[in-house]
Design a protein around this ligand. Structure first.
Ligand SMILES: Cc1cc2nc3c(=O)[nH]c(=O)nc-3n(C[C@H](O)[C@H](O)[C@H](O)COP(=O)(O)O)c2cc1C
Length: 183
């Protein structure tokens, strides 16, 4: 089972990226995780698309389509989806063959504040749901007060956080199997 990770933050020291990378070591047996890059996507512009899909967009769409599921880790920006992530979703959502159709998706969020990104997750569910992505309903994982949960190298130092992510990945594995089209 091949899972593609997508991070909503582009910054080098991103806590969300650190958590996403840590997930690669917490996956259940049979699941692998690779992290996509969305930093090189141009800002969506229909004129650019009409002139030919840019290579980084082609690459990302191919990676999403090839994956058995997506794991999205994102901060919350102004109570909603950070621009780089929304931009990636917009590029991948364009027909034909929009990339989120029937795709199992799990979401978690990491923020330095106490709320843990609850609002961005509900916006992501709304956006991805209308693209017929199948977003795992539970467990929900909001990692708030994140500064105390990662060390300077971005490693998880909090056992509860590690357990939340491990449980999310285990639940996601079942979800990916459950969402497979019936033969
Ligand atoms: C433009 C902007 C808006 C933000 N708005 C919120 C917000 O609404 N809620 C929140 O919890 N944190 C907010 N933050 C703080 C981010 O959660 C914080 O920068 C977080 O560490 C970013 O994630 P990263 O470590 O993965 O880069 C905002 C940060 C930026 C740059």
């Amino acid at each position: 089972m091949k899972i593609l990770g997508i991070c909503g933050s582009l910054r080098k020291a991103s806590l969300n990226m650190a958590a996403l990378r840590a997930c690669a070591e917490l996956t259940p047996q049979g699941m692998t995780l690779e992290v996509a890059s969305i930093a090189d996507l141009p800002i969506f512009n229909q004129d650019v698309l009409d002139a030919g899909m840019p290579e980084p967009v082609k690459r990302l769409r191919g990676e999403i389509v090839a994956a058995d599921g997506l794991l999205i880790a994102s901060p919350e920006y102004n109570f909603s989806i950070p621009a780089p992530l929304k931009n990636a979703i917009d590029w991948a959502s364009r027909p034909p063959n929009q990339a989120f159709q029937d795709k199992p998706i799990a979401i978690f969020s990491v923020t330095p504040g106490p709320v843990g990104g609850a609002r961005v997750q509900y916006d992501l569910r709304r956006v991805l749901g209308q693209l017929w992505g199948h977003v795992l309903p539970r467990p929900e994982v909001f990692i708030g007060n994140a500064a105390s949960k990662f060390d300077a190298n971005g490693r998880i130092v909090d056992e509860t956080t590690r357990k939340f992510l491990t449980d999310l990945l285990a639940g996601f594995k079942d979800w990916v199997v459950r969402m497979q089209p019936k033969k």
